[in-house]
Design a protein around this ligand. Structure first.
Ligand code: CAA
Length: 258
């Protein structure tokens, strides 16, 4: 499908690559761009050949946030009735693991989108921030919630109250991101990690993602119960039989996604 603000490509490694393509606006996340992202994510999620998705921007910006120009004149009634942010939630319904490959500005809705992915691989130039306070608003897509759960209250408060940015050293130290690489190689490294995920048993990867995400939303007791049920369920899959047989026969497994 042809998109205007994103580029979408299926790689031979079983990875779906989505690039934001609005460089002059630092990949500001306009309603159209987010609509296209949602469509591309759903298409990859429904594609039996895609087992991991990478979302990236360019070297200068992953995304500098929601499109300020598109919402500057909106009234509260517009924001409530149109609820454009609700459409961003497509990403939370994607079963396929998603990696954000982040370079440069990763701000506001951009940071929230990266946090909605399952892992973040960054370039040394990446900067993470929730500067909405400078615009007289607060984060609207999980910045106060996901950031606080991930990096803790004191630093999250400083970011949302004072607009403080985190560099990659800080983001790594506080568990916001997985890896940091030079600008020249961060995307290649993210794609390598994605290929590794894509090579796993698809049903197990999907349920593993679901179980880890559940940990952020439930009690330990409920989470352990949920995990055990998914673990038990996987014994109904052909891939469990194949994985364990391959281990015993000392050969590589051939996954079917069944
Ligand atoms: N929305 C719309 N346009 C944006 C944008 C945004 N979030 N961020 C940058 N741009 C545009 C600029 O308007 C500019 O366009 P023009 O050339 O047409 O004027 C172009 O991108 C380049 O930006 P700058 O000239 O500002 O570049 P810079 O290098 O001087 O500064 C920056 C870079 C620090 C990232 C600065 O652009 C900036 O502060 N951007 C806004 C960041 C922000 O506040 N993000 C939060 C948005 S609200 C949100 O995301 C809500 C939510 O939680 C969902």
């Amino acid at each position: 499908m042809a998109y205007e603000y994103i580029l979408s490509e299926k790689l031979e490694t079983g990875v779906g690559l989505i690039r934001f393509n609005r460089p002059r606006a630092l990949n500001a996340l306009s309603p159209q761009l987010m609509g296209e992202l949602g469509e591309a994510l759903q298409a990859f999620d429904a594609d039996a050949d895609v087992h991991c998705i990478v979302i990236t921007g360019n070297e200068r910006a992953f995304a500098a946030g929601a499109d300020i120009k598109a919402m500057a004149n909106a009234s509260m009634a517009d924001m409530l009735t149109q609820d454009l942010i609700a459409r961003w939630e497509t990403i939370h319904h994607i079963k396929t693991p998603i990696i954000a490959a982040v370079s440069g500005y990763c701000l506001g809705g951009g940071c929230e989108l990266a946090m909605s992915c399952d892992m973040i691989v960054a370039s040394e130039s990446a900067q993470f921030g929730q500067p909405e306070i400078n615009l007289g608003i607060i984060p609207g897509f999980g910045g106060t919630q996901r950031l606080t759960r991930t990096i803790g209250k004191p630093l999250a408060m400083e970011m949302v109250l004072a607009g403080r940015y985190l560099n990659t050293e800080e983001a790594l130290a506080h568990g916001l991101i997985n890896h940091v690489y030079p600008v020249e190689t961060y995307l290649e490294e993210a794609l390598k990690l994605a290929a590794k995920v894509a090579a796993q048993a698809p049903l197990a990867a999907q349920l593993a993602k679901e179980a880890v995400n559940k940990a952020l939303e439930t009690s330990l007791h409920e989470g352990l119960y949920f995990e055990r049920r998914l673990f038990q369920m996987l014994f109904a899959s052909e891939d469990q039989k194949e994985g364990m047989t391959a281990f015993i026969e000392k050969r590589a497994p051939q996954w079917k996604g069944k």
